[in-house]
Ligand binder design. Structure first.
Ligand code: UT7
Length: 325
């Protein structure tokens, strides 16, 4: 009997403080930085984002998302034997956000670690959890994407600070004899480190470099569209499927124009693309599970449907996961 891993519950959480483009533009104007709702909507599709309160960390957002996913899956936290958190905004240098979250959740004892693949973090984490379940190393996993990108934004740089938001999404992934995750595909190319990075580190009790997000938006945009298309096709081919078989594309939510280009290349109608970037902005590793949970809870995405999840981000990292819900 083939062993699969299957998503049995989804959950997500957004911090309550919501800023529309107009709210953010007013705050930026007070600091002499000029932007507008029109520019942000036209170039990105973003209309609002959520920012966490100063004392709220990625583990707090991830915890709420995890609780909701466990509730949806009807799984007790004590039965979880693996926790993987995709994040680039961890609570501390160490221990991992996964360990901090595990303790808050009361799932102490199980394996727990972070995956740092920036906006591809959830795709990486889901692929790893799938592989661990298929080898028998785990039976019930919590896979989480949680970010507080507001902490690493340079609010003097209008080309980046209007794009990102905070949030978390989670899934419970369980061993199953019915599919499940059908195929995945992961990649990285470190030669692109410089086009999307937070070039700071801790040394001797000080932060060296500039620990704020820096991005060459146009270079990222061009690279992203081609890489996502390649990962989508490879993943579909591994499972003997084509784009025409997909019920829903759940892409990383960075920019509506990237999603439109990806859909066009796959000859998919935008009606089959889950879009939440308008309400969440880019929440990095949290964006895919946030979008998935929104689509599941709204009743748009239904059990048994075929979903292609795809992500791209700093590193450069990229990948896709094909699954039957
Ligand atoms: O998670 C993965 C990582 N991120 C991404 O996927 C992002 C990929 N890149 C993008 O989404 C787009 O490149 C951006 C949204 C970042 C920028 O859009 P663009 O269409 O590539 O704009 P641009 O950089 O070519 O800038 C056009 C103009 C410039 O003015 P000039 O030189 O034409 O006078 C910018 O200075 O827009 C100006 N601009 C702004 N104006 C108002 C840049 N940012 C802003 C802003 N408000 N926030």
């Amino acid at each position: 009997m083939t062993l699969y891993s299957r998503i049995t519950g989804t959950g997500s959480y957004l911090p309550p403080h919501r800023l529309t483009n107009a709210d953010l533009a007013a705050e930026l104007a007070a600091q002499g930085v000029e932007t507008s709702d029109d520019w942000i909507v036209e170039r990105t599709g973003i209309r609002a984002r959520h920012f966490a309160a100063p004392d709220v960390c990625s583990s707090d957002l991830g915890l709420e998302a995890a609780r909701r996913a466990l509730q949806a899956a009807e799984v007790d936290a004590k039965d979880i034997d693996l926790i993987i958190v995709g994040t680039s905004t961890p609570d501390m240098v160490f221990p991992s956000t996964a360990c901090i979250l595990q303790n808050k959740l009361g799932a102490n004892g199980c394996a727990a670690f972070d995956v740092q693949a920036v906006c591809s973090g959830f795709i990486y984490a889901l692929s790893i959890a799938d592989a661990m379940i298929k080898t028998g190393a785990a039976k019930k996993a919590l896979v989480i994407g949680a970010e507080v990108f507001s902490r690493i934004l340079d609010f003097k740089d209008r080309t980046t600070c209007v794009l990102f938001g905070d949030g978390a999404g989670a899934v419970v992934l369980e061993a199953s004899d019915t599919p499940g995750i059908l195929a995945s595909d992961l990649h990285a190319d470190g030669k692109h480190v410089g086009i999307l990075c937070v070039p700071g580190h801790v040394s001797g009790g000080n932060v060296l470099g500039k620990p704020l997000l820096k991005m060459d938006g146009q270079a990222v945009f061009k690279l992203a569209v081609g890489l996502l298309d390649g990962a989508a096709r490879t993943t579909l081919a591994k499972a003997g499927k084509t784009a025409a078989d997909i019920d829903w594309l759940v892409p990383h939510q960075a920019n509506i124009r990237i999603m439109q280009s990806t859909a066009r290349k796959l000859k998919l109608s935008m009606d089959k693309v889950i879009v939440t970037v308008d309400q969440h902005g880019n929440t990095s590793a949290a964006s895919i599970p946030l979008a998935l949970d929104a689509a599941v809870r709204s009743g748009k995405v239904k059990p048994g449907e075929l979903l292609l999840l795809e992500g791209v981000g700093g590193g450069f990292t990229w990948g896709a996961v094909l699954l039957q819900l």
